[in-house]
Design a protein around this ligand. Sequence first.
Ligand code: ADP
Length: 177
Amino acid sequence: MSEIEARIRVHVGDITRLAVDAIVNAANTSLLGGGGVDGAIHRAAGPELLAECQSLNGCKVGDAKLTKGYRLPARYVIHTVGPVWQGGGKGEAELLASCYRRSLELAAGKDCRTVAFPAISTGVYRYPKDQATQIAVGTVSAFVSHNAVPETVIFCCFDQQTADLYQQALLRNGGSA
Ligand code: ADP
């Protein structure tokens, strides 16, 4: 296993349960909460999270903003806004890659050693899972290979099927290493 591969893990479970330095939220541009992983994070973090989010003036698609984790076991939440899938011709791939990069930059700025990502845009935003997984793995691998922090990145998948996609993408990505 290469050094880069050793720094990227796949986990099956609920991201709100992870005691890591930062978890990433697949938020919407309002940052005021929503369904899916966003709703789960706000429920677990408590009302103080919404109060901090209300002071942030929203977030652009492809960008990210950081808050405290409040009642979560994670110290920080990095809220990023993935693109809504519109067929692939509206810059979705670049915007999704930007979500991963910006989140990692914010995590590095707070010296986070371990960061966990959900599968951004693959729920209500309908991004095809195989393509989203390729972008997630490619972007995170590139970042990790150029930066010492975060040391470890976890892809937190809600189900085993998604985790299998990540494992396959990681194997392909590191296949020549
Ligand atoms: P988006 O609006 O960016 O598509 P969603 O929250 O609808 O965001 O879905 C993103 C992904 O997060 C989906 O693959 C969904 O299965 C997953 N997900 C939902 N809840 C959780 C959770 N508590 N922990 C980890 N992943 C979750």
